[in-house]
Structure formats: C-alpha cells, structure tokens
Design a protein around this ligand. Structure first.
Ligand code: MEV
Length: 311
C-alpha cells in the first residue's frame, strides 16, 4: 500500500503571506512524495526510512518526521504500530516545491491508513502545520494547506482564528515551466532574515507587502480568465517586488530573464527564494523551448506542468 502527496508552487504572494496578506498556491500534481507502508515484525514499532537521504528514524527521535508521526498517532488515538514506512520523493529538498509538506502529508495519510481512517484535508493540514511550526519558525501555513487540499487555493492568515482558505477558479488552461536553480535554500533562514529587516524598519516592507497583496487580487482574476500576457505581466511585477524584498538571488534573476527572453508571458521566483525554483507562464507551444532556454541558462532541472480549467 502507498500514500502520496503533491508538491506545490506559490503562484503569487510568498513572504507577504507570512504578514497576513493573501497568496495563491497551486499543487504540482505530477511531482509527488510517496510513502510505501509495509508490516514489520511484532514488537518492532514504527520505522520511517528515507533511502534517498540514507536516513532511518524511529518514533522517539528528535526529528521533524518522528515528531509528526507521534502527534498523528496521538490524534488518531493509535498505539505505536509495527510498520515500516519508506519515503520516496520526486521533489528536490529545500527548493520551494513543498518537499517537506508533501512528505509530511503522505506520512499522516500513511498512519491514518494504518489506523483504518481517512482524514480530511483540513485535519491533515493542521497536523503538518503544527509540526512545521515546531521545527521551522513562523511558516504561514500555505504550503501544508495547498499540499493537503491538492487544488489551487487562495490563502490568508487572520489576526486570530484559522486562515481563510478558498479554492480558486482556473481559466486558461495554463502551462508553467518550472526551473530549479540547484541552489538549496532554507525557508526558515530567508523568512527569519526578512523578519529581522522588517522589525528594524517596518514601513517600507509594509508598503511592499501591500503592493504584493494588490497584485494577488489581480492574479486571482487573471487566473480565472484566459489572457496569458495579462497574467504574465502580474507575475513579472511580483518578481520585481520580491527582488525589492531582498529574497531573490542572482541565479533566480538569470533564469527569470532567460524565460522572458525565450518568450514566456511572465516569470518569477517561487517560494522562499535565495535559491530554489522559479516559474514561467508560457503558451503551450513554446514550453519545451523555454525549458531548454532555462537549462542553457544554468537550471539544474526543469518541469513542464499544466493547470487545468476548473469545470
Ligand atoms: C514558502 O513556500 C512561502 C513563504 O511565504 C513562507 C511561508 O509562507 O511560510 C516564503
């Protein structure tokens, strides 16, 4: 038996979303983390294996996945089962594609399966969020939410209470080319650095966050329409604001410029920045050409993905 969860991309609004502005995220349905569930000898307990990382964790370890597994077993009111869970992930780590949230979500689903239960997306997102917060500072919760819901979402933290989460209308259909700089980057570090700069001098950052929020509203409308050039221009503007916020990187800016020169309607970094991935909105006919241009410009890996129209 296997469980799985998709990767994700932030289409618009990363970082500002930590400061209660809205953001839009989409699932990457065909780039997934998978967990294979196998029974283990009686009394052997729970083992989580990540062969790609040459890592093996037991339930008691001081590790994020062990903590998430303990919390999930408590939630399910399940005693430690004798199972071996083996992780395989097509998502590069620390790249902005939601690898941590995808593995966490697949893990919660695997333990729910062992308990003979199916958990709804909101409960899964909450469990993964609680464990991410324990290990990764002040995440907004958008990553675990889009991964658990597996649909394009509007997400906004509230001053109090649960975040606002709404599924989004998708027009298009849209084609995205995603490129990994190959530079690993810690979300925790980038979010923490921005927080320190914001604390020292909030006003300019608040203005940038408001500008991002206004863009996100426009992106929601454009996403539901079919004007690629209009949506692309908004993504370009979001990239410029992220550069101003100090979260981009030379490699990201190079790839963004290469995608635009190759004919993309728009391109931006996606996720925490300082490394990780960028995305480009393209006409389907030029997707392969843009991907090639991105590899020539130094991308370690590229993916072509589609956002289908909502029925
Ligand atoms: C990371 O995918 C998105 C950030 O906005 C961080 C967060 O929302 O927790 C950079």
């Amino acid at each position: 038996m296997q469980t799985s969860a998709p990767g994700k991309l932030i289409l618009c609004g990363e970082h500002a979303v930590v400061y209660q502005r809205p953001a839009i995220a989409i699932p990457l349905r065909d780039v997934r983390a998978t967990i294979t569930i196998a029974p283990a000898a009686p009394g052997s307990g729970l083992t989580v294996k990540a062969p790609e990382l040459r890592a093996v964790w037991r339930l008691q370890a001081q590790e994020p996945l062990s903590a998430l597994a303990s919390m999930t077993l408590d939630y399910l009111k399940l005693a430690e089962p004798d199972v071996e869970l083996t992780i395989a992930s097509a998502l590069p780590i620390a790249s902005g594609m939601g690898s941590g949230a995808a593995v966490g979500t697949a893990l919660v689903r695997a333990l729910a399966y062992v308990a003979g239960r199916t958990l709804d997306a909101a409960s899964i997102a909450e469990l993964v969020y609680t464990s991410e917060r324990a290990f990764h500072g002040t995440p907004s919760g958008i990553d675990n939410t889009v991964v658990a819901y597996e649909q394009p979402i509007w997400f906004q933290r509230q001053a109090a209470g649960p975040p606002l989460i709404a599924p989004l209308e998708v027009g298009g259909p849209w084609t995205l080319v995603v490129a990994d700089t190959g530079v690993a980057s810690s979300t925790h570090a980038v979010v923490g650095d921005l927080r320190a700069r914001w604390q020292a001098d909030p006003a300019p950052y608040e203005r940038s966050f408001d500008a991002v929020a206004a863009l996100v509203v426009q992106v929601r409308a454009a996403l539901g329409g079919s004007d690629g050039a209009a949506l692309g221009a908004l993504l370009n503007r979001n990239h410029e604001l992220l550069v101003e916020l100090g979260v981009s990187a030379a490699q990201l800016d190079t790839l963004v410029a290469a995608a635009r020169s190759a004919g993309a309607w728009g391109a931006k970094m996606s996720g925490a920045g300082w490394g990780g991935v960028m995305l480009a909105l393209v006409a389907p006919a030029i997707a392969a050409t843009v991907a090639e241009a991105l590899r020539t410009a130094g991308a370690a890996r590229t993916w072509i993905t589609h956002l289908e129209r909502t029925p």
